[in-house]
Design a protein around this ligand. Structure first.
Ligand SMILES: NC(=O)c1ccc[n+]([C@@H]2O[C@H](COP(=O)([O-])OP(=O)(O)OC[C@H]3O[C@@H](n4cnc5c(N)ncnc54)[C@H](OP(=O)(O)O)[C@@H]3O)[C@@H](O)[C@H]2O)c1
Length: 252
């Protein structure tokens, strides 16, 4: 049973849906993001509605200081975390090679270094207790060659697949959650043009999270929510790179 979950990027979108669904199940939460006011509002809302403990940690996960603060919380043996949801993320509007390299560094820190540091702290702590779960929110973009964002998410999928197998014996389940287009604040924040994305391609954050938690109980290393994206990712994994890259060029 999950007693306490730590969720990064809990104030909006997919992370917010994780926070709400887990609180509804009676799970205590540690919620992480940069906007303290939004975090506190959510904590107050969830603790009142579901009678769970909600702790707020303000941290910018694109900085070493922010990563360390959250990793330290994961390492506290007196207040164990049973489930880590590495969810916080963002994307740049431009393609790699046209953006500022300093922005690419921040992206690498947020999408790869932060989940790596948090996973490391969680695995060390969970191994000692002989149980735990980690959900790494990747993307279906991991299965297509589409710039730096896809490459970062591919790293997350690859290490999750290995860790799920490698740490099964010590009771730790690791999952890469790979959603397709999901209605959140993500595209608006990056200033992306999304009018050309057909309606059938959009998922709801609640359904994404429900599928992920169900797959976690089943011990699945990769969770791709919805039949339509299961079919698309299966094609993407087997079709020639040039074909996939051409089709994938349009969005993120
Ligand atoms: N939406 C999609 O179509 C889609 C598809 C596939 C995968 N994903 C992935 O799903 C995850 C969640 O995205 P979302 O769609 O739910 O986006 P969202 O609605 O924009 O939410 C992003 C969350 O991450 C937090 N965050 C952003 N930068 C942060 C930083 N530097 N440090 C700490 N927290 C930070 C935000 O809070 P603050 O701004 O307060 O920090 C917010 O809570 C991401 O990893 C994304 O790559 C999204």
């Amino acid at each position: 049973m999950t007693r306490t979950a730590l969720i990064t990027g809990a104030t909006a979108g997919i992370g917010n849906a994780f926070a709400r669904q887990l609180a509804r199940r009676g799970t205590n939460l540690v919620i992480v993001a940069r906007d303290t006011q939004r975090l506190e509002q959510l904590a107050s809302d969830l603790s009142t509605t579901h009678r769970v403990d909600v702790e707020v940690v303000t941290a910018d996960l694109a900085t070493s200081e922010g990563m360390d603060r959250v990793a330290d919380r994961l390492s506290e043996s007196g207040r164990p975390i049973d489930l880590l949801v590495n969810n916080a993320g963002a994307s740049l509007a431009g393609w790699f090679g046209t953006t500022a390299i300093a922005d690419e560094d921040r992206q690498l820190d947020l999408l790869v270094r932060a989940p790596m540091h948090l996973m490391d702290a969680a695995i060390k702590s969970m191994s000692g207790r002989g149980r735990g779960g980690i959900i790494n929110v990747a993307s279906v973009a991991a299965f297509t060659p589409r710039g730096a964002y896809s490459a970062h998410k591919a790293w997350l999928v690859n290490i999750s697949q290995w860790a799920n197998w490698h740490y099964a014996d010590v009771g730790i389940t690791v999952q890469a959650l790979c959603p397709g287009f999901t209605r959140t604040e993500f595209h608006q924040r990056m200033g992306a043009e999304i009018d050309s994305v057909p309606r059938w391609m959009w998922l709801k954050a609640d359904a994404v999270v429900k599928g992920s938690l169900r797959d976690l109980e089943r011990g699945k290393a990769v969770s791709v929510p919805s039949l339509r994206y299961k079919v698309l990712t299966s094609i993407a994994r087997h079709a020639p790179t040039s074909v996939v890259a051409n089709v994938a060029k349009r969005g993120r």
